[in-house]
Design a protein around this ligand. Sequence first.
Ligand code: 5AD
Ligand code: SF4
Length: 458
Amino acid sequence: MTSGDSTSGQKYLLATFGCQMNEYDSNLVGAMLEKRGMEITENPDEANLFVVNTCSIRGGAEDKAYARVAALRYHKRHRPGVRIAVIGCMAQNHGEKIPVALEHVDYVVGPDGYGELEGMIFGEDTRNGLGNGNGAQVWTAQNDFENYEGMMARLDGSTSAHITIMRGCNKRCTYCIVPTVRGVERSRSAAEVIAETRHIVSQGVREICLLGQTVNSYRDDGPDGKVSFADLLRRLQEVDGLRRIRFTSPHPRHFDSDTIRAIAECDKVCNHVHMPLQSGSNSLLKKMRRQYTRERYLEIVEELRATLPGVAITTDIIAGFVGETEEDFEDTLSLMRAVRFDHAYMFSYSPREGTPSFDEVETLSAADKQLRLERVIELQMTHTEERLDALVGRTEEILIESPSSRDATEWVGKTGDFKKVIVPYAPGVEKGALVNARIRERRGLTLRGIVEPLILQG
Ligand code: 5AD
Ligand code: SF4
């Protein structure tokens, strides 16, 4: 099939596992399918094509993706024209093994092959709609250049959108599968990032979140001169109609003073930094090859807090890495107490085949790792609550996102420092509005506020 005619009206369903970068990539694939006339659906019974975007970061993520794809057998059996694409990091990681384990899968495509996926689905040799379905097609070739130039992801109607500004990772953290599955680091051109931002802002987006595995090592050395991450923030600050800029995840190794200055100078850049810590123990940081020490991490936190008053700092922590002693673990807890993170994503170490630490003999049982994870979570909870409580009684600017799913008279918004606030409806409260809200109370992990009358908002 060479034209979109026989696929127009056909429906695709996107299921995304893993990180925000996968969300962006799913929408990149969605844009490509829509260009061919397909429409998105959330109803599996009417989907002609299922696209499952998968994650490999921990064993659990892969198990979930396998289970989801296995469950699609039912649709394939009952509607023979249905096609199934498994894409993303697990597709890259397991490649040919996927259609062996899951014989109903048609396409397996890693993160660098989404252009190829288009050819597979709409290739010359296809009949009657989507692809010919004769055996699985697998694409796991990797690039060392940016190959999605000129492509923009579909928007899902949200006020906030992700934009991938760099792909891959040049770090070699010993626990991490990402450099294997996502390849070497490469940045998009600043001109493309700005063009995409302008376009999505013209479509109603108010907030962007810049994505990259080590987003602050972004560097465009293109013909228009060198653009660092800090320069990119300053350029995006100039985009009319854009109200907020976020980014994730910076690597502590690349957190320079110029970036901190740029965050301070650009009022659109939110007062929130997500900076993965992983461990507070110097000996474990070394074993993880993180390229910073506990002291350097604390120094960055100090500089952030001195330059950006009230900044929210969030993090990622791994409990129970290979060889983690009780003393190492206490170092993580003591660093958490010293920083008092606003929020943390916390994981127990999951050995990943193909990573340097996979071959090391684990010193902790699964139960021990779980216990340590629980201790980290318990401590973090007290800090999260403390940081939320600090906002009670204050007036904060919130970006209204959507009506609350529980009560249509209430709306959900976020503060610049990434805290969810529920407000009752008031004039001016609508999707995409920036309003000032007085925070009245914390219930669980949610703040509740009341919008201040517009007249006070100038
Ligand atoms: N086991 C547990 N957590 C991991 N992460 C990355 N690899 C592993 C692993 N093998 C966590 C890190 C990273 C986040 C995205 O996932 O904390 O920052
Ligand atoms: Fe998962 Fe990492 Fe791939 Fe994101 S980049 S989908 S977190 S493995």
